[in-house]
Write a protein that binds this ligand. Structure first.
Ligand code: PRP
Length: 183
């Protein structure tokens, strides 16, 4: 859906579909250079990363298989707890593989710093991160992100995989949710 379909639910549009796709193409060109002659395994983190994974994988001009994990870091609140549970593990054996974790957003950084350590501990040859969005003001831990898309303000953002109560993931753009929706 488009922003016009949810008029009033957003206080502003942060990134248009065109801006998102241009950034993904830019990152894909860099990854093609960095991984020339190799076949990186793209690891998507459900559910938020579905859109970025679908577009990034198709944009890449090199072979890049996909695998998926589901983790839970939020509990019932809206703040990260740092406690990460694996709800669905990878199918692939990471031994000797070059892994790129594909994420929609780094908020506190707790999920990805845990995931990075976890996947590195499985004998991967390398593990890097592509995160489309990053909130520098919300960082509780520093995460070494090789491919960072956009730094964004510490606001409640939805769209392009990002949800509020499972809504808005199918919005093409990324916008700031209007406070009246969640307060
Ligand atoms: C979001 C996002 C990251 C995590 C980032 O997932 O996709 O995995 O939060 O937050 P952090 O940097 O503070 O750890 P969420 O737990 O909301 O699940 P979802 O992807 O299913 O929406």
């Amino acid at each position: 859906m488009d922003t016009s379909d949810i008029e009033g639910d957003l206080s502003s549009i942060l990134l248009t579909e065109e801006q998102i796709h241009a950034k993904i193409a830019e990152v894909a060109r860099q990854v093609e250079i960095d991984y020339a002659g190799r076949e990186p395994l793209l690891v998507g983190v459900l559910k938020g990363a579905v859109m970025v994974m679908a577009d990034f994988a198709r944009e890449l001009r090199i072979a890049a298989p996909m695998d998926w994990m589901a983790v839970s870091s939020y509990g019932s609140g809206t703040k990260s707890s740092g406690v990460v549970r694996i709800l669905k593990d990878l199918d692939a054996d990471l031994h000797g593989r070059d892994v790129i974790i594909v994420e929609d957003i780094i908020d506190s950084g707790l999920t990805l710093s845990w995931l990075l350590a976890n996947l590195r501990g499985r004998g991967a040859a390398s593990v890097e991160i592509f995160a489309l969005l990053r909130k520098p003001e919300a960082a509780a831990v520093e995460v070494d992100v090789k491919y960072a898309g956009f730094d964004i303000p510490n606001e409640f953002v939805v769209g392009y995989g990002l949800d509020y109560a499972e809504k808005y993931r199918n919005l093409r753009a990324i916008g700031i949710l209007a406070p009246h929706v969640y307060s």
